[in-house]
Design a protein around this ligand. Structure first.
Ligand code: AMP
Length: 280
């Protein structure tokens, strides 16, 4: 695996691969890799000639400085994991390399960026869009892989690609879970032993919730989910939403859309965890 920190060098290397008609699959990450990330890598490897991964903790997508400071950084184990699955190129730039000067581009994603994560984390998706655009310009992938765990992020990236007519195919990948159902996340390693034991309650609640469809209305179902978390004092709900799977807007009737999911964000101790499940 070739590890590169510099845009110009990586572009040169990838140009050479492209000149041999090789297709490029790309998986951008913020590191602290886990098997969820590796599933994206494996799929990208299978569907392309070359796998490029990136590790970059993007400062401008953190609306909370404390969250940025505490974001886990485990470069040595990440590197080993990528070697083991046969990753070809790892792009590992510094913040100065990506942002030689501040990038103040503003992307208007309309309502898509104003609900759920967008509402609770102001500026987050603009920061994601800025860095993903830069990374796509650098790597010029044929296909880029994103997890449905960050469902709204995936929708934002699809919107970005459409808006800018970028020649990349965005591939959604299913959520990878621990055996006890907890959605894998780099943030899980910040949970205390006690909190880690409580954490599977999130997915258990989502699974129980969908059994109440269609008896409960969307409003009643959200209320039921809120009640489950209120009974557990270790959890604080940030939001619970039932929304369509394309525009991510709240639905009020089950007939409002053909694809509908339940989305939650909760704090467990001070760690913020998100998850979602398809209803229809
Ligand atoms: P991150 O490093 O957290 O920014 O994640 C990098 C990519 O991996 C994003 O596309 C995430 O959606 C995806 N990802 C993270 N956790 C999971 C998971 N448990 N299952 C599937 N994809 C995931």
């Amino acid at each position: 695996m070739i590890i590169n920190e510099y845009i110009a060098e990586l572009k040169q290397l990838l140009m050479h691969e492209r000149s041999q008609a090789k297709t490029i699959g790309f998986v951008p990450t913020m590191g602290a890799l886990h098997p969820g990330h590796l599933e994206l890598m494996k799929q990208a490897k299978k569907e392309n000639d070359i796998l490029v991964a990136s590790i970059f903790v993007n400062p401008i997508q953190f609306n909370n400085p404390e969250d940025l400071k505490k974001y886990p950084r485990t470069f040595e184990t990440d590197r080993q994991m990528l070697e083991d699955i046969g990753c070809d190129f790892l792009f590992y730039p510094s913040a100065e390399e990506i942002y030689p000067e501040p990038d103040n581009t503003y992307y208007d994603f309309g309502a898509l960026a104003q609900c759920m994560e967008g509402e609770k984390r102001p500026g987050h998706f603009n920061g994601v869009a800025i860095v993903v655009r830069k990374l796509f310009d650098i790597v010029e992938p044929d296909k880029a892989y994103f997890g449905e765990k960050d469902f709204q992020q995936l929708a934002i990236i699809q919107a970005l690609v459409r808006k800018l007519n970028m020649p990349v195919q965005v591939i959604p990948c299913p959520i990878v879970r621990e055996v006890d159902g907890l959605a894998m996340s780099s943030r899980n390693m910040r949970l205390s032993k006690e909190a880690r034991q409580e954490a599977p309650f999130i997915y258990e609640t989502l699974k129980r919730a969908i059994t109440l469809f269609p008896t409960y209305s969307p409003e009643a179902l959200k209320h039921w989910v809120a009640g489950q978390f209120e009974n557990k004092e270790t959890f604080t709900v940030d939001y619970i939403e039932i929304a369509d799977t394309t525009e991510l807007q709240a639905v009020h009737n089950w007939e409002d859309a053909s694809g509908i999911s339940l989305f939650v964000a909760v704090f467990l101790e001070e760690v913020r965890l998100i998850d979602n499940i398809r209803i229809i």
